[in-house]
Ligand binder design. Sequence first.
Ligand SMILES: [Mg+2]
Length: 225
Amino acid sequence: MNQNIEKWMPEARQLAAQCWCDPETENRTMDPALAEAAAKRIAAWMQTAAEFSNNESFYRGIVCKIGEMFGVEAKTSDDGSVQQDVLALKVPELVADLLAAHRGVAPRESKERAFLNGFSAMTDLTYKTHVDKGWTNGADPENLHWRGNQFMLMVGELAEGHEALRKGLMDDKLPIRLGEEVELADCIIRIMNYSRQRGLDVASALVEKARFNEGREFMHGGKKF
Ligand SMILES: [Mg+2]
């Protein structure tokens, strides 16, 4: 008998013997030759299953190795949470996006998906900082006044950007960057944190609105600006 199959025989013999222990067969006389013949077939299937399992681990390992090259993107679930291990299902998507980008023909859907994943993953990071720094203490996302204040804080960032433009300022925290760009970034961070706190899907709304805008008339039907 094949050595690979032989190693499964003790367990296979036990399984075969159990055929004489079922309620329907427990009164029948055990047939050792028949039990051995059944055990051989069970052992062969056990060997086949083990080979499949080894192959599965081997190929899964390759997929995960490729996923690791994509970093956090390959570990981010659709709900935005970041997992410890690579999500094998995401790897073909990411490879397809990369290939499409490399060829310069990324289809609209893959660009949108990349944006949604990126927005979600970045929101995880900004929101964690938001919480860690105590900015969610006393927050009441259901309260209209609280919400209104958050909107005005976003406006505040744009006003700071306006001031930076007016005076030609570099940013005071990131001095190698224009105030113009950092205040816009501040505003987006506030939008990310607010949307997470309110459970809003701003990223999907942006994708849908961008599509809608594509279908609008030139200058939106004659507006001056
Ligand atoms: Mg600011």
